[in-house]
Design a protein around this ligand. Structure first.
Ligand code: FAD
Ligand code: NAG
Ligand code: NAG
Ligand code: NAG
Ligand code: NAG
Ligand code: NAG
Ligand code: NAG
Ligand code: NAG
Ligand code: NAG
Ligand code: NAG
Length: 599
């Protein structure tokens, strides 16, 4: 509606396009033109829609995507970048809660995951960070497949990325390095389209304290250490998700691409045996989300591709009898394929918010406390996709290391992927966004995040009912290394806040912990997850006695089944995880195409 106001004569074009984009998306099996598909992709999320798009570039391949959530189209809180937290505990969220975690005083925390077309890319924080070149070179080493190295993945980064001007059209010279970006990919990426004076102070602080906090022109260049501007998946002030990009109208109209939404997959099913190996080309699902609905079965001609995400994928595998046989027997699920690593090595980034009171009213709290102002800003976004809500909830970030001579390295081997990879991140925000706000005060918030954690958790089923959530335990801050890094990250953030540029800005630090013991208490009592999680269906070398997937993402010990999503990533990158997920999906698509060309 808003678009029609803006575009006037183009309005009917917009509505035509919207209708035709819906044509590929149906809610009933009987609305599908066929039941014969070469590939069935389970989960229309970040990775799933990317794979479906690339496979259907070949008009001979028919693809069905089965997605549990609903449509993303015209969902306001998904579109508005600043509202990225608004979809938690709505129908667009799986509403998971973690198990109690010993490392955070036995607390359970909310564990959002996208339950919507586009998956978590339709509701995440939009930051687009690749990590370090070391991260990807480690994937290559760990899997013995050079195809996963930073250099060899460059074409896939560029296939994903469509670098785009920010909606405020400010001059971005000096804010990024064009040489390392893709300008012709599918998923829009841009620098922040609304900048506060605070963000410029952050950049100035890097020139005042360059030894500890050097400016980094481009954190996505492979050398990510330092502080700089963060790119986001935002297109002209509107979220760019895998649903708005890889399933944009020009792709959704492909006659060989079909998407069934509101349909929940319960299991993948063995359909035969080939050379003594079980073939899993069946997929069992229900058309609505109720546990009592009748289960339907479809068989893929070529492959089933699991893209149900870091929770959904191990959940489905275990309910299908693929996992740790001893554990499955205990729960009462008949074990079919013993792969003990399913649901293990679950790795996530712990987050602590550090808060300073500042002498400014130009922060997030001002509008969040003033309904009139907020209305004005929303109206501005509605009319032109500009203003504060056209940007995400932070603009700058830092990627930093603890010193090489830290005593902790006498106890732990450095878990970072290399000497140019950060141990911790600063997410630097112009105020608080988490409600309820305190009644007064304006703030600066630096989120400190441990990006090379040693702690490992699990995602394990605990019943035979696929409609029961699995037990999700990211095991945050289980390792003393992670706690050490978080303490040092907090101390580092406090040094950053002492840059001269903040002397007339910062009034006081709100947090009171100082000693190791006080910081540990502060950390353990406030840490939450940022949901940058991977590892629950990890790749490993062919023939390895651990791992779930071969380096070509085929599930070990079975035929007809691959996993393409964040669960396949063996070690969490020192980054927010969507860029890595998209890049895995892009390369996986080429691997799948190549396998069937040769077949
Ligand atoms: C709150 C939050 C904020 C984040 N912020 C950022 C950020 O700022 N930047 C960043 O890079 N990363 C961020 N991430 C992480 C990033 O979004 C994820 O790593 C990435 O989107 C995961 O993609 P995926 O394809 O593995 O899974 P998803 O995108 O979650 O896709 C899985 C899909 O499968 C569907 N599905 C699951 N089970 C079934 C089933 N049984 N039947 C049918 N369908 C099913 C789901 O509904 C979903 O659509 C954030 C994550 C969260 C939760
Ligand atoms: C999540 O919670 C909301 C609010 O209670 C609810 O409407 C929604 O259906 C829930 N999501 C799922 C997948 O159950
Ligand atoms: C942008 O800024 C750079 C450096 O400050 C300058 O050289 C360039 O001319 C500017 N570009 C435009 C279009 O103003
Ligand atoms: C977890 O991953 C590591 C490699 O990072 C591997 O050595 C180990 O065996 C894995 N553990 C399980 C249970 O899969
Ligand atoms: C805030 O700034 C104003 C003017 O810039 C100054 O007069 C005032 O003393 C400052 N307040 C604090 C608490 O620093
Ligand atoms: C709220 O915002 C409006 C619009 O900018 C402004 O006129 C008003 O003074 C603000 N109210 C308060 C209490 O600051
Ligand atoms: C902005 O648009 C949304 C979605 O169409 C609508 O719900 C909301 O009322 C609008 N708000 C304003 C202030 O225009
Ligand atoms: C590490 O080295 C720095 C500078 O070289 C020194 O100031 C510091 O005390 C050393 N720290 C430890 C734990 O040895
Ligand atoms: C780390 O980065 C620097 C340049 O910033 C480079 O000279 C050095 O070789 C890198 N080290 C490793 C081990 O990659
Ligand atoms: C697992 O299921 C059992 C039996 O229903 C229940 O008693 C137990 O609390 C569950 N464990 C978790 C961690 O949810």
């Amino acid at each position: 509606m808003l678009q029609s106001q803006m575009l006037g004569p183009l309005a009917c074009l917009v509505s035509f396009v919207t209708t035709s984009s819906l044509a590929a998306v149906v809610t009933k099996v009987t609305d599908l033109p066929t039941r014969d598909f070469d590939f069935v992709v389970v989960g229309g999320g970040t990775a799933g829609l990317a794979v479906a798009n690339r496979l259907t570039e070949n008009p001979k391949y028919s693809v069905l995507v089965i997605e549990a959530g609903g449509s993303n189209v015209a969902l306001f809180d998904s579109e508005v970048p600043f509202f990225n937290g608004h979809l938690f505990n709505t129908p667009a969220d799986w509403n998971y809660t973690t198990a109690p975690m010993a490392g955070i005083e036995g607390r359970s925390v909310g564990y959002p995951q996208g339950h919507i077309l586009g998956g978590t890319s339709s509701m995440n924080g939009l930051a687009y960070t690749r990590g370090s070149s070391d991260d990807y070179d480690r994937y290559a080493r760990l899997t013995k497949d050079e195809g996963w190295s930073w250099n060899n993945l460059q074409p896939y980064f560029r296939k994903n990325e469509r670098w785009t001007e920010p909606v405020d059209h400010h001059n971005t010279t000096g804010e990024f390095n064009p040489a390392v970006h893709g300008f012709h990919g599918i998923n829009a990426v841009s620098l922040p389209g609304f900048i506060y004076s605070f963000d410029r102070r952050v950049i100035q602080a890097t020139s005042e304290l360059p030894r500890e906090f050097p400016f980094n022109l481009d954190m996505n260049s492979g050398h990510h250490l330092g502080i700089g501007w963060t790119p986001f998946t935002i297109d002209g002030g509107v979220r760019s998700s895998s649903a708005t990009s890889y399933l944009a109208p020009q792709f959704a109209k492909r006659p060989n691409l079909h998407v069934l939404i509101n349909a929940r997959v319960t299991r993948v099913v063995q359909t035969g045996t080939s050379h003594g190996i079980p073939v899993f080309k069946g997929v069992e699902f229900t058309e609505d989300r109720t546990p009592t609905a009748s289960r339907k079965l479809l068989t893929a001609k070529k492959e089933i591709i699991l893209s149900a995400g870091v929770i959904g994928t191990p959940h489905i595998l275990q309910h299908s009898g693929i996992g740790d046989s001893a554990l499955l027997s205990q729960v009462g699920v008949k074990p079919l394929v013993n792969l003990p690593s399913v649901g293990k090595n679950f790795t996530d980034h712990p987050f602590v918010a550090n808060t300073w009171l500042v002498n400014s009213t130009d922060t997030f709290e001002t509008a969040l406390r003033n309904e009139t102002l907020m209305e004005q800003q929303i109206k501005q976004w509605n009319e032109s996709h500009t203003g504060p809500y056209a940007a995400a909830t932070f603009a700058t970030a830092g990627w930093l290391r603890v010193p090489d001579n830290s005593t902790i390295f006498q106890q732990f081997e450095d878990p970072s992927a290399g000497p140019n990879t950060s141990h911790f991140e600063f997410i630097i925000a112009n105020g608080k966004t988490r409600l309820p706000l305190p009644p007064t005060g304006n703030f600066m918030v630096i989120g400190t995040v441990v990006v090379t954690p040693i702690s490992r958790g699990t995602v394990l089923i605990n019943s035979t009912n696929p409609f029961d959530p699995p037990v999700i335990n990211p095991n945050l801050l289980d390792s003393d290394f992670d706690l050490f890094v978080m303490r040092e990250a907090i101390r580092s953030a406090r040094r950053f806040a002492q840059a001269p540029v903040f002397s007339d800005y910062v009034i006081s630090l709100v947090d009171t912990a100082v000693t190791d013991a006080e910081l540990d208490e502060f950390i353990r009592s406030t840490a939450i997850t940022v949901s940058h999680c991977v590892g629950t269906a990890s790749m490993s070398p062919k023939g390895a006695d651990w791992g779930v997937l071969d380096p070509d993402l085929r599930v070990k010990k079975v035929a007809g089944l691959r996993v393409v999503d964040s669960s396949a990533i063996p070690v969490v990158p020192a980054a927010h995880t969507q860029a890595a997920t998209y890049v895995f999906a892009e390369r996986a698509s080429d691997l799948i195409k190549a396998a069937w060309v040769m077949a």
